[in-house]
Design a protein around this ligand. Structure first.
Ligand code: ADP
Ligand code: MG
Length: 230
């Protein structure tokens, strides 16, 4: 579960202050797939960064799986992120010199898990995301959709409790985007992974269980998605 309470984020640039976010309460239950929508500049990425412990609130609290993130030391925080959270971004962020399987395996290897355990799992995840036979391709030998599938496999390699995605389909054509979303949905549903996804696209948002809308840093809408997208 993730909980934001009276959470604000103020960015200071010289003498100007930008109040990017102001949330009274937002609770995301375990296993929920939450979509966050809102116009550009409404605070979506700021919210995601707080919910993913990538950034600290200016005031208020963010509690992720019982841990108040502002009370964690930097080392604890980075360990927590590495072990409990998975991230998928708009621009895939794969390492260009590594193969698909090495990219997918990397977060688990960095947290010290043995190659003998991680590599078979990375191969399995690539298969699960439809990339059989692409394990040894480097990113420049893959299409955008394939790169994002590798990024999804990479986000899941550590078996995270929470998956955070910022415009994961923003760089993909609509059909490829829909396939990547279906994958994220299927890969997270069985294991009750909590998903928070930022998107501009109403069709993408409707893949989730719930849609929260932001405007000027505040929640202006919060609704359950009744009909699952096909
Ligand atoms: N690092 C930063 N420094 C100063 N202002 C920022 C920074 N990041 C975001 N902002 C401002 O905070 C507001 C919310 O930004 P953001 O969360 O990126 O919006 P969104 O993801 O919805 O487009 C915007 O007005 C943006 O200009
Ligand atoms: Mg953004």
């Amino acid at each position: 579960m993730i909980e934001a309470k009276n959470a604000t984020k103020v960015y200071r640039r010289g003498k100007t202050e930008v109040r990017a976010l102001s949330i009274s309460t937002l609770t995301v239950p375990k296993g929920q797939f939450l979509s966050v929508m809102g116009p550009s500049g409404s605070g979506k990425s700021t919210l995601l960064n707080l919910l993913g412990a990538l950034d600290q609130p200016t005031s208020g609290s963010i509690v992720i799986e019982g841990r108040e993130i502002s009370k964690l030391a930097d080392r604890e925080l980075s360990q927590f992120r590495r072990e409990r959270l998975g991230f998928v971004f708009q621009f895939f962020n794969l390492l260009p010199t590594l193969s698909a399987v090495e990219n997918a395996a990397l977060p688990a290897l960095l947290s010290g898990r043995p190659r003998s355990e991680v590599l078979p799992r990375a191969h399995g995840l690539l298969e699960a995301v439809g990339l059989t036979g692409r394990d040894h391709h480097r990113p420049d030998e893959l299409s955008g959709g394939e790169m994002q599938r590798v990024a999804v496999a990479r986000a899941l390699i550590t078996e995270p409790a929470i998956l955070l995605a910022d415009e994961p389909t923003g760089n993909l054509d609509s059909r490829t985007g829909a396939e990547v979303l279906r994958l994220i949905r299927e890969a997270t549903r069985d294991r009750k992974v909590t998903v928070v996804m930022v998107t501009h696209d109403p069709n993408a948002a409707a893949v989730g269980d719930r849609i929260v809308r932001l405007a000027d840093g505040a929640v202006v809408g919060d609704e359950e998605v009744r009909v699952q997208a096909a």
